[in-house]
Design a protein around this ligand. Structure first.
Ligand code: MG
Length: 347
């Protein structure tokens, strides 16, 4: 039984420049992997926005160390023990292998990944449409572009939260999920702003303060709007840090190392009463299809990364009014288009 691990670099290009509190970008570097065994192949993705400690180079270095035959195991815990023995902090690289392994395992068992974990294949959570930091006219255009998608996920920054929400409210009363991306200062005005936002049909505020400011104290207790940790929460080890300081966590496969660790986090977080958002790092349909397998476990999901891209190299992940249809195919349910053909190991 010959096992082969191939990988290639790719730039995921946005349809429009994507504005965030820490700058705007036009593309995101990625590495895609293909794990083959018994004439079946599983695919995975590491996508690396510039604010992550990992880069494409660190991911490629990690993948070059991996011995493919060590990946043919039936227990994901054994898989992760091996990957962590190589370099435990390389979580996007570990996520890429974890996703490919789950995709392959599902194909070998003719099951979707959610079925491997006996999870539901549907979710009642509403679809979200992301609007990066934009000016007045762009906001109007993007609100129109959102069409029937029921929730707007907006990025704010530079003290512009109120102005951006007020602008959106000129065009729509849809619920808003607000991602402040660490841009607020923790002072008396924070609670005032949270109370104002509460009157604006806001579902939650994500990561208002710097990732090292995790002692939210009275803000956590008195906020009428749930506060969700994103940059403050990476892996299961961070649960102690965020419990009693945040109302929920944003779990991303790139942050935690893939599907298996994400499920462990969700189980532990639920016991602590935390709410669950499943998010992505502007990944392609490969990473988002993997994350979509878990949406039955989440209160909300924010997996519209592929909709923002113009060169998504995978197909099979479909949205209806922003809601994901978990792909019905085996594994993660998506397949590559135009990559991994011929000389697939080219970097
Ligand atoms: Mg965020």
């Amino acid at each position: 039984m010959k096992t082969v691990l191939e990988f290639l670099s790719y730039n995921l290009e946005f349809q429009h420049p994507f504005g965030l509190a820490h700058g705007s970008r036009i593309s995101t570097p990625s590495v895609f992997v293909k794990l083959s065994c018994n004439n079946m192949a599983g695919y995975g993705e590491a996508t690396l926005p510039p604010y992550l400690p990992d880069t494409r180079e660190t991911v490629l270095e990690f993948l070059q160390q991996v011995q493919a035959d060590q990946l043919i195991v039936t227990d994901p815990q054994v898989l992760h023990a091996y990957l962590h023995s190589l370099r435990p902090e390389s979580l996007p690289a570990i996520a890429a292998i974890d996703i490919a392994w789950h995709d392959l395992q599902g194909k070998l068992e003719a099951k979707g990944v959610h079925q491997l974990y006996e999870l539901n294949g549907t979710s009642e959570a509403p679809g979200m449409f992301t609007i990066g930091i934009s000016n007045h006219n762009e906001i109007q255009e993007k609100v129109a572009e959102a069409g029937e998608i029921p929730v707007l996920k907006i990025k704010t920054g530079n003290g512009m939260d109120k102005a951006i929400v007020e602008t959106i409210r000129r065009f729509t009363g849809k619920p808003i999920a607000l991602d402040a991306n660490q841009s607020w200062k923790k002072d008396v005005n924070s609670l005032k702003l949270l109370h104002w936002l509460n009157k604006q049909n806001i579902l939650f505020v994500e990561q208002p303060f710097h990732k090292n400011e995790n002692d939210l104290g009275t803000i956590y207790k008195d906020s009428p709007v749930p506060i969700i940790a994103d940059e403050s929460f990476q892996t299961i080890e961070d649960l102690d840090l965020v419990t009693g300081q945040f109302h929920g966590i944003n779990i991303k496969l790139m942050k935690c190392g893939g599907i298996y660790p994400a499920i462990q986090i969700i189980k532990a977080a639920r016991k602590r009463g935390l709410r669950i958002l499943i998010g992505c790092m502007s990944e392609s349909s490969c990473g988002c299809a993997a994350a979509s397998q878990l949406i039955a476990l989440a209160d909300w999901y924010d997996l519209d990364g592929p909709l923002l891209l113009r060169n998504d190299p995978f197909k099979g992940l479909n949205y209806l009014k922003g809601r994901i249809n978990i792909p019905s195919g085996p594994g993660t349910g998506v397949l590559p288009v135009g990559i991994f053909q011929g000389n697939a190991s080219a970097i």
